[in-house]
Design a protein around this ligand. Structure first.
Ligand code: C2E
Ligand code: MG
Ligand code: MG
Length: 558
């Protein structure tokens, strides 16, 4: 057929063709009307890129909204050559911007069509996402993430009774490291085969990233069915490991999500929730499955938010952090002995957050190092001031094992004591056994250096489960702090009360002092005082309070 005699299709006709074709393709077709400065692209481009519409005038200017800024000059130069008729084709690899404001690599190709006078009339072409995930994967022989995305987007009425299972090989990098990447590929292939052998028609398997797979159940299976399937897969893998003569021994974890949580979720959300579920399975110890619960996800989000808020606070001059002080008194005379510095965090969005929640987060992120320094300074400054009024006043400061392991805390404490012109005996450092290993050299070195310097050491949280009588001998602290949970048990139960009597006797016989925490009432105080502890700390004498409140309540009247 000779096409040359046919008139060229108009831009409007081409737009209609694109409208007809785009649901059948992943790439994006476009037409750029050079005469009327008009651009039309497949409507599905709107799902991916930050463009205002799939058809617009003022083409160059509008492109500025969704072309990655660093790549704009490159594009503008090429377009100028096309508009001026210097170039008759366009083939450019550059970046557009996605909805998450992240750059997405594209390859834009097009050819310029000229009018009967030989002037450029329009450019027609195709854009494909070069960075997009593979549709299929030759290692595992499975379809890839892009195929899963297309499938899920095409399911408008997702069966609320089905499920998604995201599987991940545990510690896969160890296999690659120990046995080589090729062997690792073999394992991936065999694992994919094992999984595939367990699923039924109506359940589809995809390989998502390196060592992760997704099973999409469109049969309406329940999460119990999913757990059963997971166990079946594990058995199949165990059998393969045995048949493979234990050359590579590995396990697999799975996150299971009921479709009812995904009914109106975007694909990105499905991936996020399934990733969370798999991570939960791994966090819970690997070689297991986890069934998604919205409350777990809410807790995860709160934790994430809190982490962000804490980091922001640290970077903004510790805004929201405050050091509170709780009185510690002599048990016999009820006179003020000193105070424990206790950190507080308050923020408009989060409200007050318990140290039991935020201290572990600060430890996990290492932020406890700067925050601990902040506490140290505040505590030392308060001690300097109050010691002038209450002779012998001491301040107790909690140290986290992260500060011990990862910062120069010994120097910081000694420098602080010198800077605030304090005697080392005005400081008590509180440490818990949890998180430390007896033989840990950092810990024992710090412990003995502090003592050498003349700082008293308190073993905190005694009686909370980590207590090991060996610590008393090995660490030889000056003070043992009996945790409130133990105090409560002793107040309520004769056996625990007797246990406490003997612990206090033993501690005293070793020449150490005892502080009982958590005394709230006169009655409790009377009962505990019979045990002859050395110090008492509890709401009965005072709750932790701000610097100003502590000063008003305990310092000025003294
Ligand atoms: P901890 O060091 O054992 O501190 C004693 C905890 O018992 C404090 O809880 C205190 O408010 C509470 N307490 C004292 N007496 C009573 C009482 O009579 N009744 C009740 N119900 N509670 C009482 P808080 O302030 O919530 O701190 C909890 C834990 O957080 C602390 O336990 C400590 O392990 C940690 N923490 C607090 N501040 C810091 C800090 O600056 N650095 C580090 N590393 N940890 C800290
Ligand atoms: Mg403490
Ligand atoms: Mg304690």
């Amino acid at each position: 057929m000779d096409c040359s005699s046919h008139p060229l299709p108009t831009v409007a006709q081409l737009c209609d063709v694109i409208e007809l074709l785009y649901p059948c393709m992943d790439d994006y077709l476009y037409v750029y009307d050079l005469k009327n400065d008009f651009y039309f692209i497949s409507p599905n481009a709107l799902d991916r890129f930050l463009m205002p519409s799939n058809q617009f005038h003022d083409v160059e200017k509008t492109h500025e909204q969704f072309v990655y800024p660093a790549d704009l000059p490159l594009l503008q130069e090429d377009l100028a050559d096309i508009v001026n008729g210097k170039k008759s084709g366009h083939n450019l690899h550059y970046r557009w911007v996605g909805h998450d404001k992240q750059p997405l690599w594209i390859n834009c190709r097009g050819r310029v069509v000229k009018d009967e006078n030989g002037l450029p009339s329009y450019m027609i072409g195709c854009i494909n996402e070069t960075g997009a995930k593979q549709r299929a994967d030759n290692v595992s022989g499975l379809l890839g993430e892009a195929s899963l995305r297309t499938l899920m987007q095409s399911i408008t009425n997702r069966n609320p009774a089905g499920f998604i299972m995201r599987l991940g090989i545990d510690d896969f990098k160890d296999i690659n490291e120990n046995l080589g990447i090729e062997y690792g590929d073999q394992i991936l292939k065999r694992t994919a085969d094992c999984i595939a052998s367990c699923i039924q028609p109506g359940q589809q398997l995809f390989r998502i990233v390196a060592d992760e797979f997704i099973i999409l159940d469109l049969l309406g299976g329940t999460t119990e069915d999913a757990v059963h399937l997971y166990k079946h897969i594990r058995q199949a893998i165990d059998l393969f490991i045995k048949e493979n003569h234990y050359e590579a021994v590995y396990t697999i974890s799975a996150g299971i999500l009921s479709n009812r949580f995904l009914a109106d979720s975007s694909y990105a959300n499905v991936m996020k929730l399934s990733e969370f579920s798999l991570n939960e399975a791994k966090r819970n110890g690997k070689n297991r499955c986890y069934v998604f619960l919205p409350e777990n996800y809410d807790a995860f989000l709160r934790r994430k938010k809190l982490l962000h808020t804490l980091r922001h606070a640290v970077h903004h001059n510790f805004d929201g952090f405050e050091v509170y002080f709780q009185p510690i008194t002599y048990a016999s005379s009820r006179q003020l002995r000193g105070a424990e510095a206790l950190l507080r965090f308050h923020n408009e969005e989060t409200g007050p957050v318990s140290p039991f929640e935020f201290i572990p987060l600060l430890e996990e992120t290492g932020l406890i190092i700067p925050v601990g320094r902040f506490v140290l300074n505040q505590a030392l400054a308060a001690c300097q001031k109050w010691r002038g009024i209450v002779p012998g006043f001491s301040v107790s400061i909690n140290l986290s094992y992260i500060q011990v392991m990862k910062s120069h805390i010994l120097n910081e404490i000694i420098e602080g004591v010198q800077e605030y012109l304090l005697s080392p005996s005005s400081i008590i450092i509180e440490l818990t056994e949890s998180g430390y290993l007896e033989s840990n050299p950092h810990f024992t070195k710090l412990w003995s250096k502090l003592k050498e310097y003349g700082i008293a050491l308190a073993l905190d949280d005694f009686g909370t489960g980590y207590s090991n009588l060996h610590y008393l001998h090995d660490l030889n602290p000056n003070i043992i702090k009996i945790d409130r949970s133990f105090t409560l048990k002793a107040l309520r139960n004769d056996y625990e009360y007797n246990l406490l009597i003997h612990i206090i006797e033993m501690v005293h016989s070793l020449g150490l002092l005892v502080c009982i925490e958590g005394i709230e009432t006169q009655e409790e105080l009377n009962k505990i005082n019979q045990l002859k502890p050395d110090y008492i700390q509890g709401y009965f004498f005072g709750k932790p309070c701000s610097y100003a409140d502590f000063e008003a309540a305990f310092i000025e009247i003294n």
